[in-house]
Design a protein around this ligand. Sequence first.
Ligand code: DCP
Ligand code: MG
Ligand code: MG
Length: 696
Amino acid sequence: MKSLVSVIMGSHKDYMTLKRQKLDEQNTNQRFLLEDGKVSQIFKGVSVYITGFTDPPSAVLKEIVLRNGGSVQMFFSKTHVTHIVASNLPDFKVKLWKNDMIVTPLWIVDCDAAQSRLSEAKYILYRTSENIKDMMTKNEVNIVKSVSKNIPETTSKDFVGEFYSNSRLHHLSTSVSELRHEVSRLQSQYHPSYMPTNRKQTASVIVHVDIDCFFVSISLCSRPHLRGKPVCVTHAKPNDKLDSYAEISSCSYEARKFGVQNGMFLGNALKLCPNIITVPYEFESYHKASNELYRILVEKTPYVEVVSCDEAFMDIVELVDISDETLIQEFVQDLRSQIHSSIGCTVSAGIGPNKLVARMATRQGKPNGQYVCYSEESVQDYIKSQPLQNLPGIGRATCHKLELQNFKLCGDLLLKSKAELSDLLGPKTGETVYYYCRGIDLRDLILKHERKSISVEINYGIRVETIKELETFLLNLCKELDNRMKAEKVSGSLVTLKLKERSENAAVEPIKYMGHGICDNISKSVNIANATNDGSVIHSKVMSLVNSMTLIPRDIRGIGVQISKLKDSSLDQKNFANTNKKISKGSKDVPICTSFQCSVPEFLGHKNTGDVKNIIKNWCESPEPYQVDVDKVDEYLSQLIKYQNINFVQELLKFMRKILKERGVPEWNAVFNSTLQNVQRQIHVILNGILNLEDL
Ligand code: DCP
Ligand code: MG
Ligand code: MG
């Protein structure tokens, strides 16, 4: 065999061939070393490439594969690798390997445990049409469609509401924004003179509180007989089996003793803890408990930062004598007891000079305890001993890079300069890690929040056949957005439509029932001249985006609408250019609604049809159409349609057309046509009808 050195001047291909031969030899040697020459053959012909973080780690997987007659490749190659093993992959790799067999590490573990080569079907990480076809021909897979679940049709008007009422991620994200509102309300209730501003952490005593296994603890309040048992909260049914992909949102500390963790699939948890008891979500109760938690905190001080539904920071510097650690301990003990007796859940706390240390100290206190790490000396000692993965916000990839260089604990990095860490991890992360390892946190306590955007996005259960169905779905989604904007008292002027479209080679039905599978992300935005919080106006803008795209409706797997450039809606100006001054005061008060039941919408503060027509007339006679005005009229017509006041819609359109026909200005005709199209589209969607153009 040629040595690697002898081919170094040759082609890259030669080099790689030799390198692979060498690795194969190493594989074989290791195999025989491991089993005294007796090798199980269950992975014969299997050549795996293990990538990213895996559970169990790659060294363990490698050992299993080799022990069972397979081989492990250090580099990916289509010709040499039969199976890619990964727990998770970034989007670009999913696309890159869309036609390859990607299995979860569990396949290797389970084959080893069963001492037989199990079908990969249950262990495929992402399904593409290719690998599904492949498995279908081998008759190995039950197509996921056969799973029956009670999901309403995408276009049904209940879909959006039902999705959001069952989606825990939705509850988690909206609960944070609702809690921020609630906290600012409580701040003004309990501390009327307090003006919210973000607060530097210098000279602070930060307490971090976090409820122990929050969702489970709430469930146990009404099920005391389950206390002390392994319990988890999940959407699954009690008779779910080992292949359940239902995610565990919270598990009791008794379940954690078996290795069960939050975020694990129920199937995997059942393997670790067959007696685990599942209980359903109780969103309303979480909501009440979170509000009460924050009420207790804000009653004591306005310096409270909302972190999540069960977790907050507070600065107690003005509440206790901070030179006496015993007093700090007592204060936190009392606080925890008060929370426990009020909401029935135990809570843990960490105390430190900043958010970083306080949060890490909570870990130490869990469950149902507290840990103070406040003096300079104790902070240094404590942080030094912490594994890097305990640093909040420092991801796995960063830890992995550091581990490769043999850095495992925060203390291991103390000799590294900021510049060295920045070179290794990039400037932002490098600097954060540099400070965090010294127990320094330069962030403020966030007490004032400014929302940049509001989104509604659903990437589950989306299956539409036609643009009309997409339009109906978007209308429901925009109504949800309308509700949220009104709840937040904001309006916005930039609308973004976000779609997930099935990638070219992705399976029509992905592994997760009604999930989105492998998709391309598409996003397109449009400005609205006048900030709005009216869902129907947003809908018409979104539809203009849809109409400007080439879409295959049945390939859409995720739909979202975002509104940004937000402003306080109570400051919305009623600025209809150049018009208000010409409203005739004494016009006849004609009731707007002539046929259907309706409430009367306002147009720039006017409900009288005569006044409305005067404003519109004045506008139609101005030299050029202003976009602000077009939007206002479109918005008003949308509201009339929503109130089913079609007669007045028709009357206004006739009225406008008459004036514009006489004027014959092309720009104005274009504006009228686009308004007319908007109206037709909305009438079609909302009332399933169409305006009779003859009558216009
Ligand atoms: N949660 C969730 N999904 C996530 C994270 C959290 O559903 N990815 C929910 C369930 C948790 C609650 O939020 O009960 C609070 O999250 P924590 O991270 O605080 O977890 P727990 O309170 O369950 O456990 P711990 O005792 O570790 O805080
Ligand atoms: Mg918690
Ligand atoms: Mg928490």
